[in-house]
Design a protein around this ligand. Sequence first.
Ligand SMILES: NC(=O)c1ccc[n+]([C@@H]2O[C@H](COP(=O)([O-])OP(=O)(O)OC[C@H]3O[C@@H](n4cnc5c(N)ncnc54)[C@H](OP(=O)(O)O)[C@@H]3O)[C@@H](O)[C@H]2O)c1
Length: 243
Amino acid sequence: MSDKKIALVTGANKGIGYEIAAGLGALGWSVGVGARDQARRDAAVARLRDAGVDAFGVPLDVTDDGSVAAAADLIAERAGRLDSLVNNAGITGGWAQQPTSADLTVIRTVVETNVIGVIRVTNAMLPLLRRSAAPRIVNMSSGVGSLTRQSGPDGATTTGPVAVAYAPSKSFLNAVTLQYVRELADTNILINCACPGFVATDLNGFRGVRTPQQGAATAIRLATLPDGGPTGGFFEDAGVVPW
Ligand SMILES: NC(=O)c1ccc[n+]([C@@H]2O[C@H](COP(=O)([O-])OP(=O)(O)OC[C@H]3O[C@@H](n4cnc5c(N)ncnc54)[C@H](OP(=O)(O)O)[C@@H]3O)[C@@H](O)[C@H]2O)c1
């Protein structure tokens, strides 16, 4: 087994996930580029390698049991362990998402990806994480999943549009994260949620105001926490995000 740290970033072919992979690679990590589309995955891996990153492609659709199991096998064969899992892949389900006219299929699809996908991937990777001396899990959440921000007096200006699928999927993810923290409390796995801020990516038609690189910073910090670092938290660049 190599001493080099190994990470898996889901949804790493573009946007924030790509920059998380690039950032971890710049720190000397070997990075699995989890992506469901072969052409997009290969292109991202090639770009990262050109930039000097020790990147390798991991075919991965977070909604597919077989794909996720095969991804765990690939990492087991290649590295024998996993030091950091960054559950970054996510979808919005499109806009608009008014609750009173909700498309239930959209809600199910968003939850399947943003929540159940994270559980599926985490459980498949857990045996590999347990083999790490310093395992970390980062779940890419969003400030729109903060119930405090959704219900605050200035919520309208801080929490994005009304979105009955996307925003609650991130609240659900936050709640799920805390259940992992509780069950795994007697392990050395540090598990946290990250908010990247409002980042210009495909996800929002590039309307965000931050760069993907800026959006990646908190997740990179949480993926590389030193021993004794926080667990069970929700963080953005400015500090703690209220649940
Ligand atoms: N952008 C923001 O302002 C913002 C704010 C808060 C939180 N976030 C969160 O940050 C994360 C990354 O978003 P982004 O802004 O970088 O969006 P993005 O550019 O649209 O990237 C999303 C990534 O997730 C992948 N993905 C989607 N469904 C997948 C599936 N079933 N299996 C595997 N991969 C899948 C996409 O792959 P394909 O290319 O194959 O579709 C893509 O690589 C998401 O969890 C998002 O909710 C973003």
